[in-house]
Design a protein around this ligand. Structure first.
Ligand code: ADP
Ligand code: MG
Length: 209
């Protein structure tokens, strides 16, 4: 995503993640060489997509091959391939990417889940090629992404076996910044807008103005 870079990611908003940690991930060597995974979890607005895009861009700059996809779009494409009996080839073609970013993993719909293409992808990449997954729901609620509980368990097992998990349990950044703007106001203190101050004389103005 354009504009979603590390430069404009505010690490103060996510105290559980350090800039140094993310910089290390952007080097790539420590995890992409082994096909390890990165999982970003947390409620909407916490910066998961921003951070994954920033990490993807960082890796691209280092020469790694990265594909960023919305999970449901990629599932759609793999389902088409499956109907054409070309699923294996489609998944093999993704091998050329050192990292596939699956944004909004848990947004896959029930009818998409029925064909298990996502499980095929996860199995094919296991210990070979990395995945970066973002999800609003914890693992316990991934049941709708896969056709049955056994497959959900097997998929989660493979994903987390070699993985770093970041839990961005923070308040929505959008909401937080909107509230801050409201508190600080776009220039004048909010009290100036109230009728109470309408009749103020110049002398009453605070020195700061
Ligand atoms: P999520 O994918 O977790 O739902 P997003 O990454 O889409 O959240 O973040 C929502 C919006 O807030 C985006 O515009 C994003 O750029 C911004 N944002 C979120 N967290 C941060 C942050 N720590 N620093 C700067 N911008 C952020
Ligand atoms: Mg997102």
């Amino acid at each position: 995503m354009p504009g979603k870079t590390l430069e404009n990611f505010d690490f103060d908003a996510v105290p559980m993640i350090s800039k140094a940690q993310v910089a290390a991930l952007c080097a790539g060597d420590g995890w992409l060489r082994h096909g390890a995974n990165l999982i970003l979890m947390g409620p909407p607005g916490g910066g998961k997509s921003h951070l994954s895009s920033a990490i993807g861009l960082g890796l691209l700059e280092k020469g790694w091959r990265v594909l960023l996809a919305r999970t449901s779009d990629l599932v759609q494409r793999l389902q088409v391939a499956r109907r054409e009996l070309a699923l294996e080839a489609a998944i093999s073609r993704l091998d050329r990417f050192d990292l596939v970013i699956l944004d909004d993993f848990a947004y896959v719909t029930k009818d998409q889940a029925e064909t298990s293409v996502l499980f095929e992808l996860i199995s094919a990449r296991y210990e070979q090629r990395s995945l970066l997954i973002t999800a609003n729901q914890p693992f316990g609620e991934w049941g709708k992404v896969f056709p049955d509980p056994a497959m959900t368990l097997a998929a989660v097992d493979r994903l987390v076996h070699h993985s770093t998990i970041f839990e961005l349990n923070v308040e929505s950044y959008r909401r937080r910044t909107a509230l801050q703007r409201k508190q600080e106001g776009p220039g004048r203190p909010a009290s100036f807008a109230t009728p109470r101050n309408a009749g103020r004389t110049r002398r009453d103005k605070p020195a700061a103005e």
